[in-house]
Design a protein around this ligand. Sequence first.
Ligand SMILES: Cc1ncc(COP(=O)(O)O)c(C=O)c1O
Length: 404
Amino acid sequence: MSDPLKDKDLSTRAVHAGERAPRPDFTPVVTPIYPSIGYLYDDMDDLDAIFAGAREGYVYTRYGSPTVTAFEAAIANLEEGQAALAFASGMAAIHAALLGLGLRAGTSALVAQDVYGATYALFDRLLASQGVDVRFLDMADLGAVEGACEALRPRVLFLETISNPLLKVADIPALAQLAHACGAALVVDNTFATPYLCRPLSIGADVVIHSATKYIGGHGDALGGVVVTSTEHRHAMYEVLKMTGANLGPQEAWLLMRGLKTLPLRMARHCANALQVADGLAHMGEVTRVLYPGRPDHAGHRLATRLFGGQGYGGMVAFELRDADQEKVFRFFQALQLCLPATTLGDVYTLVLYPAHSSHRALSAAARARVGIGPGLVRMSVGIEAVEDILADVKQALDTVRYE
Ligand SMILES: Cc1ncc(COP(=O)(O)O)c(C=O)c1O
């Protein structure tokens, strides 16, 4: 084959040299990062067929990219779903999933009252302002859910497997029955539980969503979201994604896929550490209440044992500091030397967060009080460090606050 760069100017060769080598006869063990926005085919008809959806392939990164496809295949496999669709963030995934399910003016949604703050705001402000009838309720009250389903005939029931930040556990099989009886789709945010503990699609959910930024990635260095569902629902959400463009980038897809490989190892350690931290906190004088589904005193303990099959209870712990307000909680955070007061969760590092000023800041004080987020509530994402070191750090910080 003649060299197309032969006799070309330096600036032309600088642009094209080394690119588009003939296809290799090897397969990389790890999926490469494909940053290319455009794709070439030997025959222009192939490009046309891909645009038309008549054959698989890539034309433009907003329509899909090989690294992102690999990540989608991996998460669909772990969540035991037919297909997955990745997004730039967990919120983008939730938004597109709801639009793809047909939530629009004149339809209604039943939403767990203690979902993540931005999810609450998405329903309460954005979707409600666009004419969706949104009702928040306690999903543990199955009678109330049944009544609301019958009265509203909602298009969607939305909840979190383990809620943020109160760590309530949702009875997914029972809620799936109620949703389906009134023609609604059950949408489950499985961010806190991960497929290590629970695969909601296998117990009745129609759509599973993750903020992949959290346990899926696991290292606090990639923002992403993903939806796992049926091929049919994915198709509708993909049409939304092509128009709105909240795509996951290939670099992030690669990082998230690398994170997935150690998800079970990390989750086993997160769960073991969190149980010990929760028990340790319960014996610390400055702590008045510990919320952890792994403790027998948690309202969802038996349900969690059934749903999570004895694998553990997750890495998230919430607790109330005695007589605390924002100022005291902040002093506690500032006294911590190992645990990090950073606004995220699910990383290898132990993280603490004050829901009232970050994850649930979007809620009014009255709305926070209504769902049970008090002024002394702290949320801890227990990392994979040595548990003795985590507990020692919490104890010294509480001692500092007490004696200051
Ligand atoms: C349970 C849950 N769902 C969704 C989100 C939103 O994810 P992202 O920040 O990736 O948009 C978060 C973020 O903290 C979350 O905790």
